[in-house]
Write a protein that binds this ligand. Structure first.
Ligand code: KG4
Ligand code: ZN
Length: 309
């Protein structure tokens, strides 16, 4: 059961204060609706998993406080979940899914707040091999879409426009970053300067080229991601490769990962669309693995906006 927060579209981004108010308003009706849909009562529940972080403090507080109070009133354990680990373990949501990765695997986690390459040896053994030094991949989509005046969130808009565009029409330079780390803020700046320059001679430049611009920007971002995951596979000698996080909904990224995987002999795992962007099922799957290992937390727990993996 998901309550989508349309309010952010009006502001061109997530406004933390508004997000937490929406959470506050929606949490009881959403839990109610989810129970009804699952045909369950509150007393059928064995434990409650909640997101401890990373994320926006106001929204995390709503979920954490709700989970603590409900746990207390039902006298059942509560389970803290790391949002990034949940994105990664979303590959295991469907039990019957025989196409789940086998351990150890590498996961490219790309969202609005994170870009990471993680080595996963077991559900609770995760090692971050590389991450972004500045903007996340999702931010690169969102911020460039804003420069082009395309609306929020930018990723899906750019993805849709790129389908009718030429990815080789415009060339943007890629950052040189050592090891398995990423950087996206330079790309955003170079797109801004490029567009500003073109607008001086043609005020309709963006309108006339938005498909080609979208395709070229998307290709640049995806190439950067694919280069690094390929390096990680080589360095670690692992050929199980997963994609996770909101940006894994991107069609070019999905296609390129599949085609590169075919060439390089990787087994590639791409989540179903509904499990790519933030969802409660991915929190529940971490809750399930935690429950099996008695990984519960106590009532003194508080959320952490910058919880590390
Ligand atoms: O994981 P997520 O739902 O929320 C965070 O935890 O950040 O990711 C949201 C991000 C946004 O930056 C959004 O633009 C991006 O995922 N996104 C996409 C696509 N769908 C969502 N980026 C590129 N192409 C898409 N189709
Ligand atoms: Zn997320």
């Amino acid at each position: 059961m998901i309550a989508t927060q349309q309010i952010h579209e009006e502001y061109g981004g997530v406004v933390p204060e508004l997000a937490s108010r929406e959470h506050q308003k929606n949490i009881v009706p959403v839990v109610d609706a989810a129970l009804k849909k699952a045909n369950l009562n509150l007393d059928d529940i064995d434990a409650i998993a909640f997101t401890r972080g990373p994320g926006l403090m106001g929204s995390l507080l709503v979920g954490t406080s709700f989970a603590k109070s409900l746990g207390l009133s039902l006298n059942i354990p509560i389970i803290e979940v790391n949002h990034m680990q949940a994105h990664i373990l979303s590959h295991f949501i469907e039990d019957a899914n025989e196409s789940a990765p086998s351990f150890p695997f590498l996961c490219l986690t790309v969202s609005g707040g994170h870009t990471q390459i993680v080595k996963v040896t077991a559900p609770f053994e995760l090692e971050v091999l590389g991450s972004t030094l500045d903007d996340a991949a999702g931010e690169a989509f969102d911020k460039t879409a804003k420069i082009l005046g395309l609306g929020y969130p930018g990723g899906p808009v750019i993805d849709a426009l790129a389908k009718n565009g030429d990815p080789n029409k415009f060339r943007f330079s890629k950052p040189r970053v050592d090891g398995l780390d990423f950087s996206f803020s330079g790309l955003k700046t170079s797109i801004l300067y490029f567009v500003q320059k073109e607008l001086k001679t043609n005020s309709s430049f963006i309108e006339e080229n938005k498909e080609d611009l979208s395709a070229s920007i998307q290709k640049t971002i995806v190439d950067i991601l694919i280069d690094k995951i390929a390096k990680a596979c080589k360095d670690e000698n692992i050929n199980e490769v997963c994609l996770a996080g909101g940006v894994s909904a991107n069609s070019e990224l999905r296609n390129q990962l599949q085609s590169t995987g075919l060439k390089k002999g990787w087994n590639v795992y791409v989540p179903k669309f509904e499990y790519c962007t933030d969802n409660a099922a991915m929190i529940a799957i971490v809750g399930y693995y935690s429950y099996l290992e008695n990984r519960f937390c106590d009532q003194s727990i508080s959320p952490l906006a910058r919880l590390k993996l």
